[in-house]
Design a protein around this ligand. Sequence first.
Ligand SMILES: Nc1nc2c(ncn2[C@@H]2O[C@H](COP(=O)(O)OP(=O)(O)OP(=O)(O)O)[C@@H](O)[C@H]2O)c(=O)[nH]1
Ligand SMILES: [Zn+2]
Length: 307
Amino acid sequence: MKGVVVKSTGSWYIVRDAAGTLHRARLRGKFKLKGMKVSNPLAVGDKVEFDVETTGEDTAVIHKIEDRENYIIRQSTHKTAFSHIIAANLDQALLIVTLVSPRTSFGFIDRFLVTAEAYDIPTIIVYNKTDMYDDEMREYQRQISFMYEKIGYSSMAVSAHTNEGMEALTKTLDGKVTLLSGHSGVGKSTLINLIVPDLELKTSEISEFSDKGVHTTTFAEMFEVDPDTFIIDTPGIKELGIVDIPVAQLGHYFPEMRERMNQCRFNNCTHFNEPGCAVVEAVRTNDISLTRYESYLSMMHGGDNRK
Ligand SMILES: Nc1nc2c(ncn2[C@@H]2O[C@H](COP(=O)(O)OP(=O)(O)OP(=O)(O)O)[C@@H](O)[C@H]2O)c(=O)[nH]1
Ligand SMILES: [Zn+2]
């Protein structure tokens, strides 16, 4: 049978088959992942083939993992330790942000976008809580959206309280696997509750399996919106671990810098203090936004800058 992993604890998994039935599963034998030190060979979103057993605790045995189109990992802070794959095979990410109560910093948004670029996951920025905006705030939101749209990130404005924009948001998810991300308090849980029908039922269905296992930290869960549409929630993950990007390559993950870097005088330009830098010139003429450039510098200098 074929299925998708909807929950992973590292030692056993919950797999959803094509008909929507959940199976508790384990991996057959040892799967080795080339060139990666990871604590979990399988993650949420992985497409697998499995056999259903009729005896024993475990009901299914996974014997094949399909190649991943992409994946996100949580990097361990210790260089020697193992990383954890959070989720695989994502079609897109929705980054939920708020301009008020609380306010998402540009640094946070840009770090997410760089990470998503590195993982090759298209990202849409979703401004939630529009019901709290006054006219001035709405105008500000439009300006920020315009800034990000100019460099290729589309955006939506929604309110989980008034349902503004919710239809458009639901449409964006259609037929895709979408990662929902955002820092604490932006309304991610409230939105997921609106998007996923019978969320409580589905959560308890999944945790029914979980309770049979030893408690293990999980990093992500996949929920069915409809049979072709899934969202992945990453509870407890404040921020995607930024992949180790060498300074010389960081600019590649800023689309507006990437498209200009061939015009820099030096081909190894870091767009910092080199003469003849096309990026710095574009910042000077306002063709690259100053806040984006500031985020770049902050990341380049290893500034954590978590605000
Ligand atoms: N005014 C307003 N409040 C909202 C909206 N969406 C969520 N909230 C409120 O924002 C608060 C945080 O919402 P949650 O859904 O818990 O946020 P979260 O992002 O899941 O936060 P964590 O649970 O900390 O990860 C709650 O008090 C919600 O009622 C909205 O569209 N408008
Ligand atoms: Zn340059």
